[in-house]
Write a protein that binds this ligand. Structure first.
Ligand SMILES: Nc1ncnc2c1ncn2[C@@H]1O[C@H](COP(=O)(O)OP(=O)(O)OP(=O)(O)O)[C@@H](O)[C@H]1O
Length: 256
């Protein structure tokens, strides 16, 4: 069963086709990665899928519903959440407070009862805290709950960001470079976390530069070059695909 369907997505900036006619699907529990050389269009594609950019062409279909260009907030309510390449955690809040903030993104319409501190709002706050502690356990940060987020290692911050997105109980989780800036040990911890989240039935869509990680954890890989999808398949077939090898070598030669 397809959960997320990307159908012919494209966008141009000025005359440049940053992404052109890209299609693929993601199933529950599957880890799909989007790779490609610098400037291939990965971030732009992610931004279209997650409602940050309005596509010039094509559709994003989530659970059978056309959600193209829907705001990130509405997408989250329908079960699609994302993390960002640059960490979006609140550095001066505790790890627990940051995770609880994830829960509040989900809610609206409770402002008055929260201001008046009514019983229902106290119940919600308690439930959010219990849920947040549970999530922190899942990402291995339960013992850091009361620490200021700013004092965490980079790898822990990345895991905190995943915990915060998980507070929204996503069916699809979009991860933008979850291992960027992490050392080998931290990357492996994030590997395990992503695999565990996928095993629980969440569909994962990943943009990541760490090729070893991509090859280790992906079920399916979509390769972009100059905005076009040039290949897709399992890690083994993609890594020996001549078009993929040429794209990466071409990018290396251009850089060198
Ligand atoms: N807002 C924008 N306005 C104009 N051009 C843009 C914009 N965003 C991206 N581009 C261009 O679109 C192309 C694709 O960029 P994008 O950042 O999506 O690539 P990428 O694969 O994510 O690259 P990287 O691996 O370096 O992050 C590039 O040529 C880039 O310069």
């Amino acid at each position: 069963m397809t959960l997320l369907s990307i159908e012919g997505l494209g966008i141009s900036f000025g005359g440049l086709k940053a992404v052109n006619d890209v299609s693929f699907t993601v199933k529950p529990g599957e880890i799909v990665s989007v790779i490609g050389p610098n400037g291939a269009g990965k971030t732009t594609l992610f931004n279209m899928i997650s409602g940050v950019y309005r596509p010039g062409m094509g559709k994003v279909v989530l659970n059978g519903e056309d959600v193209t260009a829907m705001s990130p907030h509405l997408l989250a309510r329908r079960g699609m959440c994302r993390t960002f390449q640059n960490l979006q955690v609140f550095q001066s809040m505790t790890v627990l407070e940051n995770t609880i903030a994830g829960y509040h993104l989900q809610e609206s319409g409770h402002v008055l009862s929260d201001l008046l501190n009514l019983p229902a709002s106290r119940r919600r706050a308690k439930a959010a805290e219990a849920g947040a502690r549970e999530l922190l356990k899942r990402v291995g940060l339960e013992r850091a709950a009361e620490r200021e987020a700013g004092s965490l290692s980079y790898g822990s911050l990345k895991r905190l960001e995943i915990a915060r997105a998980m507070a929204l109980k996503p069916k699809v989780l979009l991860l933008d470079e979850p291992a960027a800036g992490c050392n080998a040990v931290e990357t492996e911890e994030i590997d395990h976390l992503i695999a565990e989240i996928a095993a629980s039935g969440v569909a994962i869509l990943l943009v990541e530069h760490d090729m070893k990680m991509v090859m280790r954890i992906s079920n399916h890989i979509v390769v972009l070059d100059h905005g076009e999808k040039i290949a897709e398949g399992d890690p083994a077939s993609v890594s020996r695909n001549p078009a993929v090898i040429a794209a990466y070598l071409g990018a290396e030669n251009a850089a060198g």
